[in-house]
Design a protein around this ligand. Structure first.
Ligand code: DAH
Length: 338
């Protein structure tokens, strides 16, 4: 009986010795120790061994099984480590080879500049509000002191959706919505897309503006100048000169156009500033009391300033871009420069 066990042992030892590969060892593991393996079957058939021989037989079977199991384990780990050795010898990794290039997108230049502008105003305590791009005639014009048939409407050529709805021509209507919703003090910036029937090197039919306004008791023109100075010095550098020119907007009185010293020639004269040394940067003024009245604010109590600027225009001046249409062409050679 036990002789058979010893012959299995010898045979197994022989097979392990001749295995020659990790795969063959793993094969032998299954053959001897697997669910239907040689030793497993022997253990199952213990019952058929005469009772008086069973303890001795079982002991020897166990011993041989453990011995072969240990042998397979040692061989397996040896094959594994020599396999690792072989891989290390034959497959070296050159860590100096440049990695594969994964193109990474980034924000559009106008988005970058808009974010920068919003950061400056929020650091001054302004809150950000947004309005709808489809606006009623009332909010886009009338409530901003531009009654129907008023010639000032000609300043902003418009896309009409119907008699009463327009694609907003500016972000100024957000002033009215905010005033209807909140009571002063107000410190608000309102960025967003606006639309006009216009297309050439410096005009596109859809562009972005940022409206800013502040309303409280005792807001004056000097608050407007102070806020704009902080803003423009942050965007264009502290050496930038700023000047106010009298102008006209129906929703502000007095109104001004604000210029900065030319960012290209620093004021000495070039084709960007048409040799004047100044470039126009935004429109501003003190909110017209008529606008307060229409929004339901007491014009005798509150004063406020407002301004509106074009994001594309600021981006063009900041980076010396001479054609506004570049922003919409999605030419990577242009976009990758920012
Ligand atoms: N809404 C004007 C425009 O689009 C810009 C503007 C000018 C806004 C003066 C203002 C302002 O708030 O005070 O042409």
């Amino acid at each position: 009986m036990t002789r058979e066990l010893y012959s299995i042992k010898n045979h197994a030892e022989d097979e392990v010795k001749k295995a020659g590969s990790l795969q063959a060892i793993q094969h032998l593991k299954v053959k001897y120790l697997g669910k239907k393996g040689v030793f497993t079957e022997k253990i199952k058939s213990l019952k058929s061994i005469p009772q008086e021989e069973r303890p001795e037989y079982g002991r020897i079977l166990n011993e041989i099984k453990n011995h072969i199991e240990a042998l397979l384990k040692t061989e397996e780990s040896q094959y594994k480590s020599s396999e690792m050795e072989r891989v290390l010898q034959t497959q070296s990794i050159d860590v100096t080879i440049p990695g594969s290039y994964v193109p990474i997108g980034h924000l559009h230049p106008t988005t970058k500049v808009l974010n920068e502008i919003i950061d400056i105003f929020t650091s001054l305590g302004f809150q950000v509000e947004e309005g709808a791009e489809i606006e009623s005639d009332y909010y886009n014009f009338e409530a901003l002191n531009m009654p129907k048939d008023h010639p000032a409407r000609d300043m902003q050529d418009t896309f009409y959706i119907n008699d009463d709805l327009v694609l907003r021509t500016h972000t100024s209507p957000v002033q009215i919505h905010v005033m209807e919703k909140y009571t002063p003090p107000l410190r608000v910036v309102a960025p967003g897309k606006v639309y006009r029937c216009d297309a050439d090197v410096s005009h596109i039919p859809m562009f972005q503006q940022l409206e800013g306004f502040m309303v409280d008791d005792h807001i004056s023109m000097s608050d407007l100048k102070g806020v704009l100075e902080v803003f423009l010095h942050n965007v264009f550098g502290p050496m930038t000169s700023i000047r106010f020119r009298p102008s006209f907007f129906p929703f502000t009185e007095p109104s001004a156009e604000v210029d900065i010293s030319c960012v290209i020639c620093k004021g000495s004269g070039c084709n960007v500033c048409k040799n004047t040394g100044w470039v126009e940067i935004l429109g501003a003024g003190m909110i017209n009391p008529r606008v307060f009245e229409l929004a339901g604010y007491d014009p005798d109590r509150y004063t406020g300033f407002a301004f509106g600027l074009g994001i594309e225009r600021i981006t063009m001046l900041k980076y010396g871009i001479n054609d506004i249409r570049l922003f919409l062409e999605n030419d990577k050679r242009f976009l990758e420069q920012f």
